[in-house]
Design a protein around this ligand. Structure first.
Ligand code: IPE
Ligand code: IPE
Ligand code: MG
Ligand code: MG
Ligand code: MG
Length: 299
């Protein structure tokens, strides 16, 4: 493994250990409680790249924030991301059977359990950030929660998912509308993950703005590469179905302008994001290498 992959794996191991604790059923759990806990664990503990946690931890390191609190925010955003996947895979949405190399939650359990497991993951995320263990200053916890709520909610991920479904029947014909959709459905959680470290570390406005620009660009390139991998990727490597977006009429840049132009746009966004980080000097090298990781990823 190269240095970057080693760092990402070490961060993933830390976040996995905390997620395992955060999703432990209480001692008095009855069978029904265990069922929803098991469904939540089925989604979260199946792995995944843990990119969003890595962004929280790396941006926190850059901003000089306490790593213990940052790890809790990292786990929280992974809980929200996992919830978004559980619901995204439901028959009423993308109707997928495979996720993270496992049957999706509604296949392994049932639809009602998948809906409740998603709800449980989302709310646990807020519980984790609200806990004083995340930061001793309640104002900072509230600032992180405010941005997290905005990113997850109707002006962020949820709204983006609605636009994504709407575009299946009312196709988007311009790139700006697709980018606006993707900034919400995928970009918002990734942008939050990059901002979170700055909020925890009480970065100044210029630094927050730099993390914001970097996070927005990275969010867009993450979805562009997801859409490229839907066309060019390998199901076994991805752990999810590929080749579905065009059939469902998903609004993607790949569909609108072709793979080559979409990739070029992703590369340009990557350069712009890394340029924004220049104000941090060499301290930003790790975040800059995330851009390359996302552009070159095969899963
Ligand atoms: C998949 O996200 C869904 C999108 C937002 C495109 P990831 O590719 O980060 O999924 P995991 O967490 O690695 O499974
Ligand atoms: C999902 O986008 C974005 C979410 C908010 C979950 P996709 O629908 O393209 O993600 P995959 O391809 O199923 O992972
Ligand atoms: Mg979807
Ligand atoms: Mg999907
Ligand atoms: Mg996809």
């Amino acid at each position: 493994m190269n240095d970057f992959a080693t760092k990402m794996a070490a961060a993933a191991a830390q976040v996995d250990a905390l997620l395992d604790q955060l999703l432990a059923a209480p001692a008095d759990a009855v069978e029904a409680d265990h069922r929803v806990y098991d469904a939540m664990r089925h989604s979260v503990m199946a792995g995944g790249k843990r990119l969003r946690p890595f962004l929280v931890m790396s941006s926190a390191d850059l901003a000089g924030a306490d790593p213990t609190g940052a790890l809790r925010v990292a786990a929280a955003i992974e809980l929200i991301h996992s919830y978004s996947l559980v619901h995204d895979d439901l028959p009423a949405m993308d109707d997928d059977d495979l996720r993270r190399g496992q049957p999706t939650v509604h296949i392994a359990f049932d639809e009602a359990t998948a809906i409740l497991a998603g709800d449980g993951l989302l709310t646990r995320a807020f519980e984790v950030v609200a806990d004083p263990a995340t930061h001793q200053d309640g104002n900072i916890r509230a600032a992180v929660m405010l941005e997290m709520a905005r990113a997850a909610g109707v002006d962020g991920m949820v709204g983006g998912q609605m636009r994504d479904l709407a575009a299946e029947t009312a196709p988007l014909t311009d790139a700006a509308a697709v980018l606006a959709l993707q900034a919400r459905k995928t970009g918002a959680l990734i942008r939050f993950s990059c901002l979170a470290g700055g909020l925890l570390g009480q970065s100044n406005n210029n630094e927050i703005n730099a993390l914001d620009t970097y996070g927005q660009n990275l969010g867009l390139i993450f979805q562009i590469t997801d859409d490229l991998l839907d066309v060019e990727g390998d199901e076994a490597l991805m752990g999810k179905a590929v080749g579905k977006d065009a059939d469902r009429g998903k609004g993607t840049l790949v569909g609108l302008m072709g793979a080559e132009k979409a990739r070029k746009m992703a590369e340009e966004l990557g350069r712009g994001g890394n340029d924004a980080l220049q104000i941090f000097g060499t301290k930003s090298e790790l975040l800059q290498s995330v851009t390359r990781f996302v552009l070159d990823r095969r899963h």
